[in-house]
Ligand binder design. Structure first.
Ligand SMILES: *[C@@H]1O[C@H](CO)[C@@H](O)[C@H](O)[C@H]1NC(C)=O
Ligand SMILES: *[C@@H]1O[C@H](CO)[C@@H](O)[C@H](O)[C@H]1NC(C)=O
Ligand SMILES: *[C@@H]1O[C@H](CO)[C@@H](O)[C@H](O)[C@H]1NC(C)=O
Ligand SMILES: *[C@@H]1O[C@H](CO)[C@@H](O)[C@H](O)[C@H]1NC(C)=O
Ligand SMILES: *[C@@H]1O[C@H](CO)[C@@H](O)[C@H](O)[C@H]1NC(C)=O
Ligand SMILES: *[C@@H]1O[C@H](CO)[C@@H](O)[C@H](O)[C@H]1NC(C)=O
Ligand SMILES: *[C@@H]1O[C@H](CO)[C@@H](O)[C@H](O)[C@H]1NC(C)=O
Ligand SMILES: *[C@@H]1O[C@H](CO)[C@@H](O)[C@H](O)[C@H]1NC(C)=O
Ligand SMILES: *[C@@H]1O[C@H](CO)[C@@H](O)[C@H](O)[C@H]1NC(C)=O
Length: 517
């Protein structure tokens, strides 16, 4: 199917040449020098608003952090030896540690730890996990919030201006067992067991890196980590002696928090209407979508049920927590979007042909694989103490949950209220250009959840309420009873990758480095 589409694209190449000649006529309106001046002005304005670039202790290098346990040196990574990274990223530590103190423990998680940069705080520790299930947190490191980045289409790695190491130290963990370089056979079938293994690993980690004990901990993650993070947080709050860390808050972005029908199906047709010119569907297909939405109880759901405050518990649109038969509009939209735009990316709907090369070979909706995959290179594995005999893939092709998959309910129905109540601050973040999980669906989940004694937000989420320093309004931000919800315009599923400045500001708020969202 894809190769047919590829051939169908060839005539378009001719069109592109035509467009280019029109563009040169228009070019009279804005010449290159003027355009570059405008771009430079925006870049300068954004840079002028980097609070941490000028914080005391500025300069280069990282905070002076040393680990006295001699075992720490086994994990030391010399920042001048990372393949293809042609500057010194400073010291970091990576490798495998078991999930328990059992000397025969076969289950080991791979981690990469970065100390804070010169502007970062020494009092905090950020834990980051990607989702999947089974997708590697090294993706977050290399393409979202780590100190160096190698994103889609980049020729080589670059320094990440918005690295979260500017906030504090950060620990990337490939979990659960079965993900990335982590070793051993998966044996979990729910989120409590997952949390127990993560905490078991953290105990081993804090034993080697003792100097990190006592820090304030922030749990962060994206997508399916909307399941992981609240359950890990809940486990830590319910086992206060398990870790010598003080869990203070958490971040989940574009998270799985509720039912599939809510986060994918109910808002899907509204989403297409909102971005009608991006999807570019024909009128008969739009009419078909509208009729399915009406028949399946999706049409008008949002206006009727998402009120501030809510009128009561929010109903399911049909009989299922997924899609009722004949009501899977999400899949129909995805198929039709690929008919029009073979580069259609459910993670960021604005993508068009050609599909950019990805050094991590993200499978997602892309069919090309780059070779070699960065973390599957022998020299990379050697530099970071990764097991040489493991073939690394961004998302695992084995099931990381055994015995029929993850048996836990979505956290909005279980642990999420508890962990919001116990945290100093908690943020739920959503990119507005994400189609795999849709922001309107997350609003439904929030309005149906009771925390700190009340159901949902009591007052409406205001448009333009999220103001990014130096940039202006870029979505919405709304806080009530210890929970802040952000929607980020122009961002797809991976908010720290697609809107790094917004993500950085949200983390500053979460960590108490700024008063207001
Ligand atoms: C992060 O640190 C780097 C290196 O010190 C600096 O260039 C950059 O501006 C900082 N970024 C932010 C968002 O403060
Ligand atoms: C870093 O720590 C080491 C050992 O504790 C000390 O000798 C060195 O002076 C410190 N460097 C800075 C820049 O503080
Ligand atoms: C580890 O395995 C060895 C060999 O099977 C066994 O002799 C030993 O008792 C085991 N140790 C523990 C702590 O279970
Ligand atoms: C999984 O294996 C670990 C040892 O690696 C063990 O401690 C744990 O009880 C097992 N969990 C389940 C759910 O079987
Ligand atoms: C926890 O960490 C702090 C800070 O390093 C340390 O002073 C304290 O002794 C630790 N507590 C335990 C029970 O190990
Ligand atoms: C709202 O929450 C209740 C349980 O509290 C649940 O039964 C129901 O399915 C939820 N509705 C939606 C739309 O998620
Ligand atoms: C309209 O779009 C649908 C869905 O992609 C497609 O099946 C149909 O052939 C299209 N019709 C026209 C006239 O383009
Ligand atoms: C890979 O090597 C590790 C030791 O580094 C070993 O524990 C593991 O069993 C090996 N895995 C495979 C698939 O050979
Ligand atoms: C917020 O923006 C949406 C979309 O543009 C619009 O439909 C809605 O009316 C606005 N809300 C308010 C309170 O102005």
């Amino acid at each position: 199917m894809f190769s047919t589409l590829f051939r169908a694209l060839l005539p378009l190449v001719g069109c592109a040449a035509l467009l280019r000649s029109f563009a040169s006529v228009d070019a009279k309106l804005v010449n290159k020098a003027e355009l570059h001046a405008k771009q430079a002005e925006t870049v300068a304005r954004l840079k002028a608003n980097l609070p941490r670039a000028t914080a005391p202790g500025g300069g280069s290098g990282v905070k002076n952090i040393t680990f006295t346990n001699p075992r720490a040196s086994e994990f030391y990574v010399d920042g001048t030896t990372i393949p293809d990274v042609n500057w010194d990223i400073g010291p970091s530590w990576s490798g495998l540690l078991p999930i328990s103190s059992d000397p025969n423990e076969t289950r080991k998680l791979f981690f990469w730890f970065f100390p804070p940069g010169p502007q970062g705080s020494l009092d905090d520790l950020i834990f980051w996990t990607n989702g999947g299930p089974g997708c590697s947190s090294l993706e977050g490191l290399l393409q979202e919030n780590g100190p160096f980045q190698w994103s889609y289409g980049q020729a080589h790695p670059t320094q990440n201006e918005y690295s979260w190491t500017n906030l504090s130290s950060i620990l990337y963990v490939e979990q659960p067992v079965g993900t990335g370089f982590s070793l051993g056979k998966p044996n979990i079938s729910n989120e409590d067991q997952l949390a127990e293994q993560v905490v078991g690993f953290m105990q081993q980690f804090l034993d080697v890196f003792k100097e990190l004990q006592g820090k304030k901990l922030y749990l962060t993650g994206e997508s399916y980590a909307g399941m992981y993070v609240p359950y890990i947080a809940n486990y830590i709050y319910e086992h206060p002696k398990a870790l010598n860390l003080s869990l203070t808050g958490f971040w989940v972005s574009d998270p799985v928090l509720g039912w599939d029908v809510v986060q994918e199906q109910i808002p899907a047709v509204d989403f297409v209407h909102k971005y009608e010119h991006v999807f570019s569907f024909n009128q008969s297909f739009m009419a078909h979508l509208d009729s399915v939405a009406a028949r399946c109880g999706y049409a008008g759901y949002f206006d009727e049920h998402v009120t501030y405050p809510p009128k009561g518990l929010l109903p399911l649109p049909g009989h299922s927590v997924e899609a009722d038969p004949g009501c899977d509009v999400w899949d129909e939209i995805f198929d039709a979007a690929l008919q029009v735009n073979p580069a259609f990316n459910i993670y960021r709907i604005f993508d068009t042909w050609p599909i950019l090369w990805d050094v991590l070979g993200f499978p997602g909706s892309f069919f090309q694989a780059q070779s070699p995959i960065y973390f599957d290179r022998q020299d990379v594995k050697q530099a970071i103490h990764a097991p040489l005999n493991v073939t690394w893939a961004e998302c695992s092709d084995i099931n990381v949950f055994v015995r029929g998959g993850d048996q836990s309910l979505p956290p909005a129905f279980t642990v999420l209220p508890n962990v919001i109540e116990k945290s100093e601050r908690a943020v739920i973040v959503h990119g507005l250009a994400d189609f795999i999980l849709i922001a309107e669906g997350t609003r439904i989940v929030i309005q149906n959840m009771t925390w700190n004694g009340q159901q949902g937000f009591q007052t409406p989420i205001q448009n333009d309420s999220f103001v990014v320093d130096g940039m202006g309004a870029l979505g919405t931000a709304h806080s009530e009873r210890g929970l802040t919800y952000f929607e980020v315009a122009l961002s797809g599923h991976m908010v720290p990758q697609f809107s790094p400045k917004a993500a950085f500001q949200i983390m500053e708020y979460l960590m108490g480095f700024r008063e207001n969202p």
